[in-house]
Design a binder for this molecule. Structure first.
Ligand code: AMP
Length: 218
């Protein structure tokens, strides 16, 4: 059986950074639906063409596009794999859909970890975020700077500010988070499958807390 651990938290809470770090140290797979969609956009696939206008506006991409991606990812994962879902589910409909989608892909949801960060800290984090447009690696000017300013450590490309990390879009993404995504936390809480961690510390501290929460889950 494959296992899914859902990473929850506001934009800027550090889901991607923590999921990538803990995946690297445990052999789990980091599945970022945002990164998959950005890759689909840059390759100009049908899903990418459909997703682009929603993403540029900081809006949610239609559920069906995501469901297809999720099942393909699960089917492609080897038996026994643990997958860290970063960015899915993003609303209640997706949360309800996940268990049947998981079943289709030979997986089950082991639990959810919510990264808690106060709103002013989220805004500071989002403004400093930099992403490699080529390989998708993520950085932060303060907390996770690249070795050479403005250049990707992994592939050397020039780092960029994602369109959806621009100030006007950030405000919109936080609103969507409050209205559509925050209820997903209650969904896992009611199911008794939620672990909350204080994600206000450094990337290393957060990764450590995630690892501890994970040990009680998978
Ligand atoms: P992220 O990198 O997780 O912040 O995602 C970037 C963008 O991709 C979001 O602002 C959405 O437009 C889109 N996206 C990612 N995951 C989902 C999802 N589960 N449902 C709908 N849209 C998504």
């Amino acid at each position: 059986m494959k296992k899914i651990v859902v990473f929850l938290g506001a934009p800027g809470a550090g889901k991607g950074t923590a999921a990538a770090a803990v995946a690297a140290s445990t052999g789990a797979r980091h599945v970022s639906t945002g990164a998959m969609l950005r890759d689909a956009v840059s390759r100009g696939t049908p899903a990418g063409l459909e997703a682009k206008s929603y993403m540029d506006a900081g809006a949610l991409v239609p559920d069906e596009v995501l469901y297809k991606m999720v099942v393909e990812t699960l089917v492609g994962a080897p038996d026994g794999a643990t997958l860290f879902f970063d960015g899915f589910p993003r609303n209640l409909a997706q949360a309800e859909a996940l268990a049947p989608l998981a079943k289709e892909g030979g997986a089950e949801v082991a639990g959810a970890i919510c990264l808690d960060v106060a709103k002013d800290a989220l805004l500071a984090r989002l403004g400093g975020r930099r992403t490699c447009p080529k390989c998708g690696a993520g950085y932060h000017v303060l907390s996770l700077p690249p070795k050479v300013e403005g250049k990707c450590d992994v592939c050397g490309s020039d780092l960029a500010v994602r369109d959806d990390d621009k100030p006007e879009t950030i405000a919109h993404r936080l609103e969507i988070y409050e209205s559509a995504t925050a209820p997903v936390i209650g969904f896992y809480e009611k199911a008794g499958a939620l672990r909350r961690i204080d994600a206000s510390g450094s990337a290393a501290e957060v990764a450590d807390l995630v690892l501890k929460a994970l040990k009680e889950m998978v």
